[in-house]
Write a new protein. Structure first.
Length: 318
């Protein structure tokens, strides 16, 4: 019998890539997803795989599955700013009720538990780069508060289940990640720049573009998460690429790779937009032997190919 992993949010961008890795490593996977921001396109290639099962379910409601479970990986949550602005209550519910249900399920099964947290727990950081020991600078009532506070709550709940019930929990703080299968209209910087370049529209950069982000290619991130899942760490671990880019640099790189003639135009900065973001990955390096390996230009090229293919499919209505 293969060991079974429950992946909530498994039809999303990251959940589907993690599923592929788990299947490749010899696990069986149950995906639980209500498709609120995910898509069956991300898991269509798994149809007919005997080690894979999809269950359409809102994990803010009671979770039940027969039989043993090795691990619960809780990835369900709207993740892009566009999504959590549109779905603020669902975001708070899946971070709070959903995390509680997923932890309760892990406890009942004696399964290990890993939660996808985020660099957003650091808010607009006053410490740079951000180590896990930094407590953050978050506006709880601002437009981003629904996501940031949901994730901060879910970290607190996860540690409570570890301390009170002895559940073997792990917390990954994911920094901006990109790669194939990101939604074309996801609203985050890289998909925006790619869509605009590939459709020859103006490339919109918020503010003067000097705000920084650190972008990690998806295969690197998944490798860090897989290592963390198998570790005996319980404290949060940052996984991300410390290489810092300004958004203007990223827009220029994407414009060049796409070969478009699109111009870069500037728009006002959104409220509470973090000015800097860079992971301190000392802990991941020391404890997991992990660091990013994929060259970012190569990652951008792979992502661009995937976007180009999907835009073509949309054009022919497939
Ligand atoms: N992509 C990133 O750069 C990034 C950065 C930091 C943290 N994260 C975290 O990683 C996780 C996955 O993010 P993603 O980029 O793959 O987003 P995504 O939107 O592609 O995937 C999220 C999945 O969760 C599902 N979902 C949402 N609410 C649900 C509910 N109540 N019940 C069942 N399923 C539900 C969605 O349908 C979707 O398939 C999220 O928890 C997100 O907060 C992502």
């Amino acid at each position: 019998m293969k060991q079974r992993v429950l992946v909530t949010g498994g039809a999303g961008f990251l959940g589907s890539h993690l599923t592929d890795r788990l299947l490749a490593e010899g696990f069986s996977v149950v995906c639980m997803d209500n498709l609120i921001t995910g898509s069956t396109d991300n898991i269509a290639h798994l149809a007919g795989n005997r080690d894979y099962q999809f269950i359409h379910h809102d994990v803010s409601e009671f979770i039940y599955l027969d039989g043993p479970v090795y691990a619960v990986v809780h990835f369900a949550s709207p993740a892009s700013p566009l999504d959590y602005h549109e779905l603020p209550i669902q975001t708070l519910k899946v971070g709070s009720l959903g995390t509680h249900k997923a932890l309760g399920f892990a406890k009942a099964k004696g399964a290990r538990f890993l939660i996808a947290s985020t660099s957003e727990v650091y808010g607009d950081p006053l410490v740079h780069p951000q180590p896990e020991s930094y407590w953050g600078n978050v506006n709880p009532v601002g437009p981003r508060g629904v996501y940031d506070e949901a994730k901060r709550f879910s970290e607190a709940m996860t540690m409570a289940y570890h301390r009170v019930h002895g559940v073997d929990t792990k917390i990954v703080r994911i920094f901006n990640t990109f790669g194939p299968r990101m939604r074309l209209n996801d609203g985050r910087a890289i998909p925006n720049f790619m869509m605009q370049s590939l459709t020859d529209k103006p490339i919109t950069v918020f503010g003067d573009g000097s705000q920084t982000r650190s972008f990690c290619f998806v295969s690197d991130l998944i490798d860090g998460i897989f290592r963390l899942l198998q570790s005996d760490l319980h404290d949060p671990v940052n996984i991300g690429n410390p290489l810092e880019w300004t958004l203007l640099q990223m827009a220029e790189a994407i414009r060049e790779i796409s070969g478009t003639g699109s111009q870069i135009v500037h728009k006002p900065l959104p409220v509470d937009d973090p000015k800097v973001r860079q992971p301190d990955i000392t802990r991941a390096k020391a404890e997991l032997g992990w660091e990013p390996r994929v060259d970012l230009n190569e990652g951008l090229r792979q992502t661009m190919e995937d976007f180009r293919r999907r835009i073509e499919l949309e054009k022919v209505g497939a």
